[in-house]
Design a protein around this ligand. Structure first.
Ligand code: NAD
Length: 472
């Protein structure tokens, strides 16, 4: 498929949407309404930086209000524009629907390169942006709840929460105005790594379906699978660490903005983390070949490719050279529609972003509920659980007249804490929604997982609007 220049994320979203809409029984006007972005706030604001006034462009898009609050990350990126934010917000609407979260989709951004600013400057910019969102009612526990995305993390979320709190001193649920906060500031265990872990759970579930695995020519489970990960930030770093440590996957390639490292025998991820910490780069990592071209990682020989950095990475230009038979999209929009078409023609299987990277918003949902509940998960039941386990162990020992194996006893008597509950909820959510997507794929005869995932999300949003009606 021809692609003279890289399309905008909104164009790509619209093409995926139109492909899926053919499988959805709904009036055309309703589908058109669902496709459009409902509220967009575009702002410029000044911040004094090193004695000079700098003007920042920033956005917040609330794509759909069929469920409130709306939910979606905030990214700091130099070239971000309104179209990109609107497309990301639309993806969030369908993503939340797919994993059955009670949110409409939203997204926000400030056009800046965070590496160009000192911490105190970023804090002032973030706080001013939050104030602008408050002024126009684009943030609040019942209105719109941001989270981290590219270029932001728990530090920025803490500043947002604190600014909101300052402006709403008597609001009991203030902390629920943003998710992805540090645990000590109302965050939840497991949120930082949740998106990477969600991609891990998505892949594990994929490998439980032999009919899908067969198409890729792969076998077995994640153990020994050779993987390449593009982007060693929040999503990519945690994903690589988790599948390496917990599933025995072999990470053969990693890429950051300044280059790729490749080791066919596999990289020691802890050592790579340490190397990056010390040198600030992946490049030059011992026992690996460094390739200066960051995009080269996409074309490396591997079983599974995980783009987890940026949008528009797999395009008509390079899709013909992708070797991996299976691609799991950790990033939002890493594949253009022309790239997607070429990959499909070549028999590649894609686990699409709107499902694969839904782990972050899923655990954000748990955090939001925790903030509204005003108590950490597991507190009330932990001791009851331990007591019940102890009684069961004592009973088994009495009946068998043998001592229970110590490692199993220790694990059973550890009890269920917040992190275990979060991971359990995340796994259930990823497994359940994968099965829903598969059911749609079989029932509607959709040609691929992306279309099935879009149809899955669209069905639920259509149903919500039909049940709600139009007021007045
Ligand atoms: P991040 O800023 O923590 O990490 C992105 C990483 O990619 C950075 O380390 C950056 O240096 C690197 N990078 C930039 N340009 C690159 C290039 N050309 N090649 C290779 N690496 C490059 O961001 P993140 O939160 O990990 O987000 C990554 C992607 O995942 C984005 O598309 C984001 O929308 C998506 N996502 C993030 C979350 C989340 O919870 N953070 C949730 C869902 C989706």
């Amino acid at each position: 498929m021809a692609e003279t220049r890289t399309p905008s994320m909104l164009q790509v979203f619209n093409e995926h949407f139109n492909r899926a809409a053919r499988y959805v029984k709904a009036p055309a006007d309703l589908l058109e309404y669902i496709r459009s972005c409902h509220s967009i706030y575009s702002i410029t604001f000044p911040v004094r930086i090193r004695g000079e006034v700098q003007i920042f462009r920033a956005y917040r898009a609330e794509h759909s209000h069929h469920r409130i609050p709306t939910k979606g990350g905030i990214r700091f990126a130099p070239d971000v524009d309104l179209d990109e934010v609107a497309a990301l917000a639309a993806l969030m609407t369908l993503k939340c629907a797919i994993v059955n979260l009670p949110f409409g989709g939203a997204k926000g951004a400030i056009a800046l390169d965070p590496r160009a600013y000192e911490v105190d400057e970023l804090e002032r910019i973030t706080r001013r942006y939050t104030t602008e969102l408050v002024r126009k009612n684009f943030i609040g526990p019942a209105v719109d709840v941001p989270a981290p995305d590219m270029g932001t993390g728990e530090r920025e979320m803490a500043w947002i929460a604190d600014t909101y709190l300052m402006l709403h001193p008597n609001e009991l649920n203030s902390l629920a105005c943003v998710t992805g906060k540090p645990v000590g500031q109302g965050g939840i265990y497991g949120r930082t790594e949740a998106t990477g872990r969600g991609v891990q759970y998505a892949l594990r579930e994929f490998f439980r379906h032999p009919e899908l695995v067969k198409v890729t020519g792969l076998q077995g489970d994640l153990a020994g699978k050779r993987m390449v990960v593009q982007g060693f930030g929040n999503v990519g770093r945690h994903f690589a660490r988790l599948v390496h440590a917990e599933d025995g996957a072999v990470i053969v390639g990693l890429a950051e903005r300044d280059g790729t490292i490749y080791a066919p025998e596999g990289l020691d991820i802890q050592a790579v983390l340490q190397w990056r910490e010390t040198t600030g780069s992946l490049k030059g990592f011992p026992d690996a070949t460094t390739i200066d071209d960051a995009k080269a990682c996409l074309e490396l020989d591997c079983d599974i490719l995980v783009p987890a950095a940026l949008q528009n990475q797999i395009t008509a230009e390079n899709a013909g050279r992708i070797k991996a038979p299976l691609i799991a999209e950790g990033a939002n929009g890493p594949t253009t529609s022309a790239g997607d078409a070429i990959l499909r023609e070549r028999g590649k299987v894609i686990i699409p972003d709107i499902y694969a990277n839904a782990g972050g918003v899923t655990v954000s949902y748990f955090e939001w509920v925790k903030n509204l509940y005003h108590m950490r998960f597991g507190l009330m039941e932990k001791r009851i659980g331990i007591r019940t386990q102890r009684q069961m162990i004592a009973g088994i020992e009495a009946v068998t007249d043998r001592a229970f194996p110590t490692p199993i006893r220790d694990e059973m008597l550890h009890g269920v804490d917040e992190l275990a509950l979060v991971n359990s909820g995340l796994e259930e959510s990823m497994v359940e929604s994968f099965q829903e997507i598969l059911e749609i794929m079989h029932h509607n005869q959709t040609p691929d997982l992306r279309t099935a995932a879009f149809v899955c999300g669209l069905h639920k949003v259509v149903m919500a609007y039909q049940e709600l009606g139009i007021w007045p």
